[in-house]
Design a protein around this ligand. Structure first.
Ligand code: GLY
Length: 348
């Protein structure tokens, strides 16, 4: 079975746009919000977390060739899902505390207003594609755990061992050093052993017609409690698309994002007229106000990292981070590059 959105769906979506006359006219009519995004992007644009540099380049080129926005976005993130060296996503991702790789992903397709998601999926290298299959072939939005795996296997996805030698070694070192009173003999320490990663890839695209899609995929927080799902598979937290407005998604501490539905909030901030960067930074300010005191430093700043990436229907893009020193990947219609992310707090 084809994993592309069908021609009929495209035609339906296109007909809907024409009938709704949303392009070239204020889309917020009657809502009381300023109508700011009334012009589709001049060319395709993609924005992603920094590990998405190859992904935005690929997605951008595929959009120029006319590929559907969600198909192109997923081709972009697959570069990381299939890359054993990226320990934050897909194959080669760092495992949970028991050494099992559990993957989360979600996606939204603006033109058809559909969403799909998988959580705690084991044994499948490309959870973003499984999430797209949930979107395409079911009346559901989210499948988790064993059910998500059986769903993937039914479509011919191959079950594979996702724990690479590199990820296993990092996990074993963490297990050996997890505490002074555990039953494991310590091994020489280094930064890799003790760091907890929440790496992820989020990628959002808009094509020249102003159609928008988003996808986020991750192996989640390293050494997590088995069964933990973060923000990535949560529609409205890990990513969100409104085809009239834009798309946004996140990387970083998922628990902090889930509490503010940060991707939805960022898109909603754009709906109220903010630029993508201002929208992302405003969401981060909300995150700070909803952070419990144990996670704040003596100056009231979060002790964790969180980033949002956003694009609007005009093809304007931006990002925001809690902390300085982060970069993000963009495809501006011609070239892919890394840019500094505006932030709330300067690192000491
Ligand atoms: N943002 C990725 C996670 O928390 O799982």
């Amino acid at each position: 079975m084809s994993d592309s959105l069908s021609r009929r769906e495209f035609l339906g979506a296109a007909t809907g746009v024409a009938a709704g006359a949303t392009l070239g006219a204020p889309f917020t009519e009657g809502t009381g919000f300023p109508a700011v995004h009334i012009r589709p992007a001049a060319g395709p644009v993609a924005v992603a977390s920094a590990n998405g540099l190859r992904g935005v380049e690929l997605a951008g080129r595929l959009l120029i060739e006319g590929m559907d926005t969600l198909d192109a976005a997923i081709e972009g993130v697959k570069t990381q899902e299939l890359d054993a060296e990226d320990t934050s996503v897909g194959y080669g991702g760092l495992p949970n505390e028991e050494g099992v790789v559990q993957l989360d992903a979600s996606c939204m397709h603006g033109p058809t207003r559909r969403a799909g998601s998988v959580g705690a999926l084991e044994g499948i290298k490309t959870p973003s594609v499984v999430a797209k299959y949930v979107l395409l072939y079911t009346d559901h939005i989210m499948l988790v755990g064993e059910g998500a795996k059986r769903f993937a296997l039914s479509y011919g996805f191959k079950e594979e061992d996702l724990l690479t030698d590199k990820a296993r070694e990092i996990w074993l070192r963490w297990r050996a050093n997890r505490g002074p009173n555990d039953d494991w003999i310590n091994v020489p320490d280094d930064e890799m052993m003790v760091r907890r990663e929440t790496g992820t890839i989020n990628l959002n695209v808009v094509n020249a017609s102003g159609d928008i899609s988003s996808v986020t995929t991750t192996s989640g927080l390293s050494w997590k409690i088995p069964g933990r799902v973060g923000d990535s598979p949560i529609i409205g937290a890990g990513q969100y698309t409104d085809n009239d407005i834009g798309a946004a998604g996140s990387t970083g501490r998922g628990e902090a994002n889930i509490k503010v539905c940060g991707a939805f909030l960022t898109v909603d901030n754009m709906r109220r007229g903010m630029s993508p960067t201002d929208a992302a930074l405003e969401t981060l300010r909300r995150v700070v106000t909803t952070t419990e005191p144990r996670l704040l430093d003596e100056r009231g700043r979060p002790r964790f990292g969180l980033n949002f990436y956003a694009v609007n229907k005009n093809g304007e893009f931006g990002a925001g981070s809690l902390w300085s020193g982060r970069r993000y990947a963009t495809f501006d219609g011609e070239t892919a590059s890394l840019r500094d992310i505006p932030y709330l707090y300067e690192r000491d």
